[in-house]
Ligand binder design. Structure first.
Ligand code: PNS
Length: 158
């Protein structure tokens, strides 16, 4: 079975990679897909986010990286999938994720959202915090792939 793992991935973190690797063990095929235009001022372009994800997922044969415009549900149907995977870090994630999954189901009853609990060591991690840490010169070791750390530093210099 195919699953879609959508997100902003601005940029991909160790938390995202944990969800991707665990999903890849469960599903035959996982499509990690970058949502276009959901954030007004992302640090990275969609092409940059896709590239970083592709490099980070190189070791996973059944993982594909893609991007989508518009509604997630329409994209999922267009990819002939029925399952969306989402990571949950804390109760604070739950409310919004619950809302989105119900809204998505309202649009298409065919699409199910499956939530995967984050690993404990990533429960505090987010792309936003990673960028903030980098802005103040903190080390990102273990929080993002090395390439992503270097690209964030490069972006901040621009
Ligand atoms: O990584 P994020 O920012 O938590 O991902 C959120 C994302 C991109 C999965 C969500 O905003 C989304 O599905 N956007 C696509 C537009 C859409 O379908 N919106 C309606 C959701 S109810």
């Amino acid at each position: 079975m195919k699953a879609i793992y959508p997100g902003s991935f601005d940029p991909v973190t160790a938390g995202h990679l944990d969800i991707i690797e665990r999903s890849a063990r469960i599903f035959d095929h996982v499509v990690v897909s970058v949502a276009v235009n959901i954030e007004k001022k992302p640090m990275f372009t969609v092409a940059e986010r896709v590239k970083m994800l592709k490099n980070a997922c190189r070791h996973l044969d059944n993982v594909e990286v893609d991007y989508f415009h518009g509604l997630l549900v329409n994209y999922v149907v267009s990819r002939e999938a029925k399952v969306v995977v989402k990571g949950l870090r804390a109760v604070s994630d739950f409310e919004f994720e619950f809302q989105m999954s119900l809204m998505n189901r309202r649009i298409s009853e065919e699409v199910e959202t499956l939530f995967m609990m984050t690993s404990a060591e990533n429960s505090f991690l987010s792309s936003r915090l990673v960028k903030e840490m980098a802005m103040f010169g903190a080390s990102l070791e273990g929080l993002v792939p090395k390439e992503v750390e270097l690209r964030i530093i490069e972006k901040l210099k621009q």
